[in-house]
Design a protein around this ligand. Structure first.
Ligand SMILES: [Zn+2]
Length: 713
């Protein structure tokens, strides 16, 4: 990682459950891309039957029926923890961007485009990077070496973001949850080397092995900062012990689902009373923040414990902790050797066999440093304006279908239902790319890869902190256009679909509507539902943290979420390894709502096309819906399939996945999404339309009895 995203990402991660993205969050950090030939479209009108296994009865095993062909012929590439549609699309997007940057463009000197091309070339110059070693971070290493007390440790953090270091008091800028029209500062929890607090606190054998590997890898990393081997081993253990103490008083992942526990606005005087060792006005001034009197503390218990933890930690351990943070922030910008040693630890976590190709690693850095320069190139080449209009129309269809479902909702009182509709009507939609691209005139092209990254990081960090206290610019994009991902942002009540994800198999303008609704329609419905999941439902139409529920409706909603958590808790993804139903409940609810509303939207679309009477209001009572399920004998399952069948096959295709065992374990322990194989079918099993489309009944393995189904939205 370049120093750019680290300090800002740290606090965002504290709010990760609010800002949950669609695909496996960990993939963006761990998976890299290798081009894989795209499968051709086979017989089946928009779905590829070569990816299916028609010998499998869908009533018996829908995942294999929809994906058996793909599963049989697909191997996980050596440089990947997993393979699936998202990874394949990332591969394709990566290949395209490398081609664009690899001199295919004719960039005029001085333009942002030329800077991106030049930065890419600098990253590929391994001779220079290897010659330099840690020289680009020498000044920062010296600053850290001078930390000789707890007071010096805190004082260093006033400037550490500019070194790429997020430590124990990271500040980030986001819309104020209590007044979402204005940006404010959030003080997050500690920056840790392991994926989350449970790795430090839960003593199961798998965690013990990860901890041991972490200490061993840290020992090797510290060598790059000049530590002798024995000294490094002692320091690595001290870092681990310090991080374990920092992790203990942080909120549990379950607690983080209740935003009220993270919403602790404190005035600067109060903040100084809680953590007197930091000169808060000076910290804010050093970051370029002005006009901010209140900081939202997301980890109050942690902040209370922190002075004691820092005071009892020897300065040598504090220095080692900062040194490791610095090396990790720069690990992909320096020498090959540093990259390789740092990568060895992600290998332990993900099980991946090989490091991704140099071009891909460098592209990641260029995208972090100059995202809109690459995005502009990408969009000009691969995202026609017509696609934007089509997706906006499709999103409108799904929103309209969601509104119908809300109006027919059987478990909310009219009062809460009206508030829910009000929130839905206020959802804003971003599709493709921003109206205004960010410029990089202030980024200086340095004499090395690290120097240019350094300049880009400084410009971006100053831009971010300058936003604190200022009105929120709702037209700004937080995600680059070329990203293969989609988001719901509760602080803006907006859904975002970057150009990167708007391509086959998610979306194909030329394809029949059924698979488009099953794939991108499902994704759109998923993101809309996030506004009404366990976390998103704590925010109102403008993105403010507010309670728009009657107490009895909230109680019914929480009871439905508990039912859903229990349903997923029972799913075993590997021997002895079960989905964490509570941690994944928001994503699972979004999957369930997404498939239901996309199925409704398809019916509305089909009715429009045939001029038939629009479908009746959806029936939201599972028992009543089940009564309408046809028997197996009356359903024909063969190519080209009915529109409803193509819809569900496309939905199950989106989440097909092959993953290494270590990676599955990492996801179950750290990701807020269920594993892909679960996402492909379990949401469908809660939708009556799925059983109807394939004639699935009580005798079939895929059947879920009406009383066991959960329908929240
Ligand atoms: Zn999601």
């Amino acid at each position: 990682m370049p120093r750019l995203p680290q300090p800002l990402r740290a606090a965002l991660l504290a709010l990760a459950l609010l800002l949950a993205g669609l695909p496996l969050a960990a993939i963006s950090a761990l998976a890299q891309a290798t081009p894989i030939a795209a499968a051709g479209q086979g017989q089946g009108q928009g779905i590829d039957v070569a990816n299916m296994d028609l010998a499998v009865d869908p009533r018996d095993d829908f995942y294999d029926f929809a994906n058996g062909g793909w599963l049989a012929r697909t191997e996980i590439p050596a440089d990947r923890p997993a393979i699936g549609v998202f990874v394949e699309l990332r591969d394709e997007a990566t290949r395209r961007q490398i081609t664009l940057l690899d001199g295919a463009v004719d960039a005029a000197a001085g333009t942002d485009e030329a800077k991106a091309v030049a930065l890419f070339a600098q990253g590929l110059d391994l001779d220079q990077r290897n010659r330099q070693g840690v020289a680009p971070i020498r000044d920062a290493l010296d600053r850290i070496a001078a930390v000789d007390s707890a007071a010096a440790f805190d004082a260093y953090q006033r400037r550490s973001p500019f070194d790429g270091v997020a430590a124990t008091l990271p500040l980030s800028v986001l819309p104020d949850a209590n007044d979402s029209a204005v940006n404010t500062l959030y003080l997050g929890g500690p920056t840790l080397g392991l994926p989350n607090r449970d790795y430090y606190l839960d003593d199961d054998p798998s965690n013990l092995a990860v901890r041991e590997a972490y200490v061993e890898n840290t020992t090797a990393m510290l060598g790059f900062a000049g530590y002798e081997e024995e000294e490094a081993a002692t320091a690595a253990q001290a870092i681990y012990d310090f991080e374990a103490k920092l992790a203990a008083p942080t909120l549990t992942r379950e607690q983080e689902q209740d935003f009220s526990l993270q919403n602790n606005p404190l005035g600067l005087a109060e903040l100084a009373a809680r953590y007197p060792a930091m000169d808060w006005p000076a910290y804010l001034a050093d970051l370029g923040v002005s006009g901010v009197e209140t900081v939202i503390v997301t980890q109050e218990g942690y902040l209370e414990a922190l002075p004691g933890i820092v005071a009892e930690t020897p300065p040598a351990a504090l220095r080692a902790y900062l040194t490791l943070r610095l090396l990790r922030a720069w690990d992909e910008a320096l020498s090959e050797e540093i990259e390789a040693v740092s990568f060895a630890f992600s290998q332990v976590l993900s099980g991946v066999e090989e490091q991704p190709a140099l071009e891909e690693r460098v592209l990641n850095q260029v995208n972090a440093a100059l995202p809109d320069a690459v995005g502009q190139l990408y969009v000009a080449e691969y995202f026609p304006p017509a696609a934007k209009a089509e997706i906006e129309a499709l999103t409108g269809d799904v929103l309209a279908a969601f509104r119908v479902r809300l109006e027919a909702n059987p478990w909310m009182t009219p009062e809460t239902r009206a508030r829910a509709v009000e929130k839905l009507d206020a959802v804003s939609v971003k599709v493709g790319y921003p109206d205004r691209w960010r410029g990089y005139a202030d980024v200086a092209l340095g004499d090395s890869f690290a120097a240019t990254l350094d300049s880009a990081a400084e410009v971006e960090i100053r831009r971010q902190y300058a936003k604190a206290g200022q009105p929120v610019d709702r037209t700004e994009w937080d995600a680059p256009a070329q990203l293969v991902n989609a988001f719901y942002n509760p602080l803006a009540n907006e859904i975002v679909f970057p150009a990167g994800i708007l391509q086959p198999p998610f979306f194909d303008a030329a394809a029949d509507p059924a698979p488009n609704y099953g794939a991108i329609g499902f994704v759109i419905g998923h993101e809309i539902t996030h506004g009404f999941d366990l976390s998103g439902s704590q925010f109102g139409p403008t993105g403010n943290f507010e309670d728009w529920w009657t107490p009895e409706d909230r109680e019914r909603f929480l009871a439905l979420n508990e039912e859903l958590a229990a349903q997923y808790d029972a799913i075993e993804v590997a021997p002895g390894l079960f989905v964490n139903g509570q941690i994944t409940v928001g994503e699972n609810a979004a999957d369930l709502g997404g498939i239901q509303v996309a199925a409704d939207a398809l019916q509305r679309r089909l009715a429009e096309e045939t001029g038939a009477t629009p479908a009746a209001d959806p029936v939201l009572d599972p028992e009543a819906e089940a009564a309408a399920t046809p028997t197996a004998d009356s359903v024909v399952i063969e190519p080209p399939f009915t529109p409803e069948q193509r819809f569900f096959v496309a939905a199950a295709t989106v989440w097909r996945t092959k993953a290494r065992p270590a990676y599955v374990e990492l996801l179950v322990r750290s990701d807020s999404h269920s594993p892909g194989e679960v996402r492909a079918v379990q949401p469908l099993r809660n939708a009556a339309a799925f059983f109807a489309a394939f004639g699935i009944g009580p005798a079939d393995a895929e059947w879920l009895a009406p009383a066991a189904r959960v329908v929240i939205w």
